[in-house]
Design a protein around this ligand. Structure first.
Ligand code: ITT
Length: 202
């Protein structure tokens, strides 16, 4: 069986990674399923550095291939923030995804439509048990909506407007989101690499 640890404790990410990888015949084990798995401190300055820290830690702990995703929302009017700090934006007052979305909407209250550009970015790092490492990247561009809308997805999806479609990311089904998302793009680069590596097994 082709097994891989997803070096994440984010249930939304895990759901998306599992659905994309199951199509490629890969079974995903979440970090929460490995008792005692390390909580990795994200001390890197970039998405890729953080993804590498997470992937290496879980590969070293489990001895299995490990895939990490470090991602976030970069808002033009905030100079690219929250970026690598997306998961902790507004902490400690903001606790839930809804709190963070509300805070972001408030920060952009007076920002007109044409200046509300933003993108989701995702760096992925795959660490193989023999030490080989691979990385990939995806990003999707859109705008910050004026209000939250939609109930699918997770995190900032309800306030991330896809101008071509006129809906937020949270209005898309899992499959539709995977087709265009930063995570879907990064993972589609990884899948042929993974398939090749799994075929190498004796
Ligand atoms: P792990 O480190 O355990 O993977 P995390 O949630 O802390 O979980 P990150 O450090 O990569 O992960 O932070 C990413 C944050 O960016 C995430 O918590 C969301 O708030 C946001 N984010 C990333 N991808 C997103 C997506 O597809 N839709 C909505 N929000 C997203």
């Amino acid at each position: 069986m082709n097994r891989l640890v997803a070096a994440t404790r984010n249930a939304g990410k895990l759901r998306e990674l599992s659905s994309l990888l199951s199509v490629a015949g890969v079974t995903v084990v979440g970090a929460h399923e490995l008792p005692g798995a390390p909580e990795v401190e994200e001390t890197g300055a970039t998405f890729e550095e953080n993804a590498r820290l997470k992937a290496r830690a879980l590969r070293d702990y489990s001895g299995l291939p490990s895939l990490a995703d470090d991602s976030g929302l970069c808002v033009d009017a905030l100079g690219g923030a929250p970026g690598v700090h997306s998961a902790r934006f507004g902490a400690p007052q903001a606790v839930t995804g809804a709190d963070r979305n509300e805070l972001l909407l408030r920060r952009l209250e007076r920002v007109p439509e044409e200046l509300r550009g933003a993108h989701f970015a995702c760096a992925m790092v795959l660490c193989w048990p023999d030490g080989r490492e691979f990385s990939s990247w995806g990003e999707v561009h859109g705008r910050i909506a004026f209000e939250a809308e939609g109930s699918q997805g997770f995190g900032y999806d309800p306030i991330f407007l896809l101008p071509d479609r006129g809906v937020t990311m949270a209005a898309l089904s899992q499959d539709e989101k995977n087709q265009i998302s930063h995570r879907g793009q990064a993972l589609r680069i990884m899948i042929p690499i993974l398939e090749k590596l799994f075929r190498e097994k004796p």
